[in-house]
Write a protein that binds this ligand. Sequence first.
Ligand SMILES: [Zn+2]
Length: 422
Amino acid sequence: MYQCNLERMKDKIKTFSKYGDAGHGGITRYSLSQEAIMARDEFRRRMEKIGAIIEMDDVANVYATLPGSDIDAKRISMGSHADSVKNGGNYDGILGVISAMEVLETVVENNIPHRHPLTAMIWTNEEGSLFPPAMMSSGIVCYNYLPEEIRKNFKYEDMMASQSVLEHEITFGEALKKSGYMGKKENRISPENTMCVFETHIEQGPILEDTGNDIGVVDCVLGMFNYRIKFYGQTTHAGTFPMEKRKDALFAAAQAICYLHEKIDALNIPGLVYTTGEIVCHPCVHTCVPDFVDFSIDARYENSEQLKKVEEVVQSCANKEWAGCRCEVKLAWNRDTVYWDKRLVEYVKKSAEELKIKHQFIHSGAGHDAQFISYMVPTTMIFVQSRGGLSHCEDEYSTPEHCTSGATVMLNAVMKADQDFE
Ligand SMILES: [Zn+2]
């Protein structure tokens, strides 16, 4: 079995945490920002130092490749994203990049023979925090392989025109040109040049910590739906209009949220997760009765039959009167459960077993670039325990030991794929 280097992992974690350091333990590193470019420069420097060949594609994904002994063999790729949400942590995304770098560094240091080229990569704009949507560059690169209902959200021209949420006049396309990392379209990851893909990521949930396991052998990304529920009432003066005549859209929405929780919980589906994470209220003035509210409801579950039952509850909100307001229910988007490649999952499991690293099967509730890639080439993921299950915040933390275990499992799984696969 091969072993990654704890001290080298610590050094990478510390170094990358500087790029976008927000001053209180976390980072803000929007895609294509100065900080994100500095992280790419660091990746490039370190990978060039070990003799990897650096390539960029047309959406600034960066690839560092160690050639293998078989010049005709396709690549085994590893990687994740280097961008963060606003005031995010030092692990989400970048840990997958650091782990991929560590695998390459360990291979070079120990002269580990491999037939396939090994590639560490950075995906551009996974979070979509500055330029929406999330998973943008994997959406562009995997476009032809995505199911139609997902694909329509990732048209190249639309992505290039995506406006910065901070300065509307700046688009993703312009930021890309300025980044210095815009390469050639023919450098994109594809089924022609890549055999399979591994992504290591923090769990972003508390399951591994609660069960005392260090590593998650991820088997799928959960199916999900996202609905928008709209309420139409009437704006009147908050001080002058009698209560019994009001059509308060926010009160209507509040009742509907309680109704949804009550009915969905009554379905008694173990492990189901759902939330209303976004709410828009109009006119949102303290002296006005709201006339319009629009909220989201996002639900995730592996089994589509069960998820369908939840969807029926959501749909049952429509055409009802809620506190005198009309209600509309519309599906924003959904996806089926995406299963990882069974052979790759097995390599990860076997590696963890042989290394005697405590592990378990786990589902991914969050979306990742790997999810889109899996439509194109065989893909799998490895999760690393997250302290307190926290992510997308500055308190996000995984111990260097857990991070190194994740990289070590990936290294050994990659070596199994190198020998067995195709
Ligand atoms: Zn991530």
